[in-house]
Design a protein around this ligand. Structure first.
Ligand code: NAI
Length: 211
């Protein structure tokens, strides 16, 4: 069975958290950890952790626990972090520029190669060393630079049209910040970051505390 068909999305959604905590352990030179200790710092139960990691062949040894470096590496590999990804940001407004300014993407292997916009006033401006380019050239840029991922930061109204253009250029993965559900074919992966939805979850939980 392929990894994709047997691992549930719930497990996949927990993996970045494992990855982040394991990195923190490595930074503190901690090389070995039990599922109980991991449970104490991550907040998932020890049994949940064992079950999650068993999906990928375990990694742990009875009486020894987990080798932090190996686990970090293996989870990174499962998440696709064994290679670097070339990305572009489309829509170079407040959010697009803020994301281009975020240097941590580089550290996890995401290289932002360019920003694109339709506003001529922005063309040629650099955010760090990343240039804002004319949207007319986006398809050509994707093809010649083998761009893997597009980060979509335009307004809601133009998001679908922009996505179609990116896909025509060869993009197969879109990180979508526009508050709309994009319609794409099955071979294109979209991950939505709808911040307001997250905020509404917070307000629900906040409100429910007093009820
Ligand atoms: P903004 O208005 O500052 O930037 C949008 C940019 O997209 C503009 O520079 C505009 O020229 C460009 N654009 C419009 N049509 C385009 C097209 N067809 N091709 C290429 N570029 C095009 O907006 P902001 O604040 O950066 O937000 C961007 C998106 O992210 C919006 O959909 C917004 O709802 C969403 N968002 C914004 C957040 C924020 O904190 N600013 C938070 C969460 C989501």
């Amino acid at each position: 069975m392929s990894e994709k068909s047997k691992i549930s999305m719930a497990v996949i959604r927990r993996l970045p958290k494992y990855h982040r905590y394991l990195k923190e352990l490595l930074d503190r030179d901690i090389n070995r950890i039990s599922s109980k200790e991991l449970s104490d710092i991550i907040g998932f139960t020890a049994s949940q952790i064992r079950q999650d990691l068993n999906n990928f062949g375990g990694f742990g040894q009875q009486g020894y626990g987990y080798n932090v470096e190996e686990l970090f590496y293996e989870i990174g590999k499962i998440l696709g972090l064994h290679k670097t990804y070339k990305t572009i940001i489309v829509g170079a407004g407040n959010l697009g520029q803020a994301l281009a300014n975020y240097t941590n993407f580089d550290k996890v292997g995401f290289q932002v190669k360019a920003l694109f916009d339709i506003n001529p006033k922005l063309f040629g401006i650099k955010i760090r060393d990343i240039e804002i380019k004319d949207m007319d050239y986006v398809e050509e840029f994707i093809k010649t630079n083998n761009i893997d991922i597009a980060i979509l930061c335009t307004n809601k109204e133009s998001a679908q049209e922009v996505a179609n253009k990116l896909i025509a250029g060869g993009i197969k993965a879109i990180w979508n910040f526009a508050p709309t559900d994009l319609k794409v074919s099955n071979d294109v992966t979209v991950e939505n970051v709808h911040l307001v939805e997250s905020l509404l979850t917070l307000t629900y939980l906040y409100k429910s505390r007093d009820e």
